[in-house]
Design a protein around this ligand. Structure first.
Ligand code: FES
Ligand SMILES: [Fe+2]
Length: 370
């Protein structure tokens, strides 16, 4: 870990003085003085398909309705009396009210606030209280069905631009449900950049030293396997009790789900949700769980320092990501890590490029030989 060295990294000039509420606001606020989407080549990247988090499970009680804006679309989320979360397009087929504002749950259906038409989870109108017949165009399911799943105390939806069904299932972590582990500690950011730039960070071996202030370039072992990507590194972590041998493992499941596990120093699992808002913006949520014996006992300050360090690294990356230009043909040097293999792997999530039809081959590599 690098908490005692990171004040010397160059991006510190952008972050110093930010703390508490100011830092929390900075993480979510719009960014001034950034170039246009086309100037930054962001219009050349499609939106990746996959499972994406849209809310935490505890943010949606039975009977609640919430507006959502993800994938460049207005959506509405509700939880029926049966406890199931549902998502449909936000605009009513009747006269176009946004049902996320004033819509009500009726049984398991969603009632539009304007004239009380009722919708099921497929976007079909199932009742019009003042009409004898439901217009056939309204009774038809929406072209796009939003498939919803709750996993790791997160509400996830499957996004695919051509409405293809899920190609894998989200990964579930048992620690999230273990009563010996803490409830989630949650943090969030809106980054003004696409998911790919963020995902590339994990294989960008050189940036750890310059932007995060680590002493060395990490010796990661990377593995790309179908829609999954994993890496692990044995790290020497300086602690108040001296240097401890630790392990950092991280993985991504598709483009939207990622996790990091620290062991050896203060055991930590971080489950991330990474969701495209539109062509330019991405919503990042980090949720931490740690063993209660470590997070609430005499080790509590170390457990907290662990969370702060990980969030600080995201802050440091965000300074760059918010204005970064996507370079389709970057100049890459030998110490850079497997950036080009990563891009090949990631392109499988771009249905518009036709790459989802190709079977990605298993690729294992050692950063040291890259
Ligand atoms: S606009 Fe929704 S019921 Fe009329
Ligand atoms: Fe980073």
């Amino acid at each position: 870990m690098s908490s005692n060295t990171t004040s010397h990294v160059a991006v510190w000039s952008q972050l110093e003085g930010l703390s508490g509420n100011d830092l929390t606001a900075w993480r979510m606020n719009p960014v001034d003085n950034r170039a246009s989407i086309s100037e930054r080549n962001l219009d050349t990247l499609p939106m990746p398909f996959g499972w994406f988090m849209v809310a935490y499970t505890d943010e949606l009680l039975v009977g609640e309705v919430k507006p959502l804006f993800y994938f460049g679309k207005d959506l509405v989320l509700w939880r029926g009396e049966d406890g199931r979360a549902r998502v449909i397009d936000a605009y009513c087929k009747h006269l176009g009210a946004h049902m996320g504002y004033g819509g009500r749950v009726k049984g398991n259906s969603l009632e539009c606030p304007f004239h009380a038409w009722e919708y099921n989870s497929k976007g079909s109108v199932v009742a019009v209280p003042y009409a004898k017949k439901i217009p056939p165009s309204a009774a038809r399911p929406c072209e796009k069905e939003w498939i919803v799943k709750e996993s790791n105390k997160q509400i996830l939806v499957w996004y695919h631009p051509f409405n293809e069904p899920p190609k894998w299932q989200p990964e579930t972590f048992e620690q999230v449900y273990d009563t010996n582990w803490t409830d989630y500690k949650k943090y969030e950011w809106i980054v003004h950049g696409p998911v790919q730039n963020m995902a590339e960070n994990g294989v960008d071996a050189a940036h750890f030293k310059y932007i995060h202030g680590t002493n060395d370039f990490p010796d990661y072992d990377f593995e790309f396997d179908g829609h999954k990507r994993t890496a692990s590194v044995d790290a020497k972590m300086p602690t108040p009790k001296g240097v401890v041998d630790g392990t950092i493992a991280y993985g991504t499941v598709g483009a939207g789900q990622s996790w990091t596990k620290f062991s050896g120093i203060s055991e930590t699992l971080m489950v991330a949700g990474i969701t495209p808002i539109d062509q330019e913006r991405t919503h990042i949520r980090f949720a931490f769980t740690q063993p209660k014996t470590e997070a609430e006992g005499p080790m509590a300050s170390l457990a907290k320092a662990m969370r702060r360090e990980i969030c600080k690294q995201l802050d440091q990356d965000k300074v760059v990501w918010d204005r970064q230009k996507y370079m389709p043909k970057p100049s890459i040097c030998d110490g850079d890590g497997p950036i080009l293999p990563f891009r090949k792997y990631f392109s499988q999530f771009y249905a518009e490029w036709g790459n989802d039809k190709k079977q990605m081959t298993k690729l294992k590599m050692d950063n040291r030989t890259e």
